[in-house]
Design a protein around this ligand. Structure first.
Ligand SMILES: Cc1cc2nc3c(=O)[nH]c(=O)nc-3n(C[C@H](O)[C@H](O)[C@H](O)COP(=O)(O)O)c2cc1C
Length: 191
């Protein structure tokens, strides 16, 4: 069974994380969620969801979801010997992006990303900000050169979206494509 770490930060677009977790659970993937303090507040503000309660309820029905304490650097997730297949940070704030691109591993989310980099595991970052300044762009370029997939929350419109759900599914579908997980969340060009 695949294990994936999901990092949620205080950037706008927490609904993407919620949708991705739902899809990964359908695919029987073992998920470790790490949420920053601001991430928690933005999830609540934007979606009305209490992340602790939501994951608590999901874990009653599934053994595949685990909520990690961001301050617990003793967690197994903090170690290179913990085997996970991929880590996705979505939405990723410019603050967390800067920490990761500068090798700061002061919380469990940044430490897990640091481990992904040193162990050459797949790391997908879904940045959200507009416009980007040169610091943001340099941080993304630095990580991209290290093999990180920079997958901005930037839905296309060629699939003729009709609802916000269609736009969310486009971005989540792109992430699943990057993870080589088959999905029909959006109509692929040429289908
Ligand atoms: C409602 C709300 C939306 C935000 N949206 C963004 C955003 O899209 N991108 C970003 O980089 N920061 C955004 N911020 C600011 C970050 O939350 C802030 O920089 C915070 O320190 C990030 O911390 P974290 O990376 O530990 O979650 C937003 C803050 C709030 C309250």
């Amino acid at each position: 069974m695949k294990s994936i770490i999901i990092g949620i930060t205080g950037a706008s677009g927490s609904i993407y994380a919620i949708r991705l977790i739902e899809e990964l659970l359908k695919n029987n993937i073992n998920i470790y969620v790490i949420c920053t303090e601001t991430g928690r507040k933005v999830v609540k503000f934007e979606t009305g969801t209490d992340i602790d309660e939501w994951i608590g309820n999901l874990s009653k029905a599934s053994n595949n979801i685990h909520l990690e304490d961001i301050n617990n650097l003793f967690s197994s997730v903090a170690s290179g010997s913990f085997k996970f297949d991929s880590m996705i940070i979505l939405p990723c704030s410019m603050g967390t992006l800067a920490e990761i691109s500068n090798g700061l591993a002061k919380n469990l989310l940044c430490r897990a990303a640091d481990v992904a980099l040193k162990e050459n595991r797949r790391l997908i970052i879904v940045p959200r900000e507009t416009p980007f300044n040169a610091i943001h762009l340099e941080n993304m370029l630095k990580l991209s050169r290290l093999g990180v997939t920079i997958l901005p929350a930037m839905p296309g419109f060629y699939h003729k979206p009709k609802t916000i759900e269609d736009l969310i599914n486009f971005v989540v579908g792109k992430i699943l494509d990057s993870l080589s997980i088959e999905n029909t969340l959006f109509k692929k060009w040429g289908d």
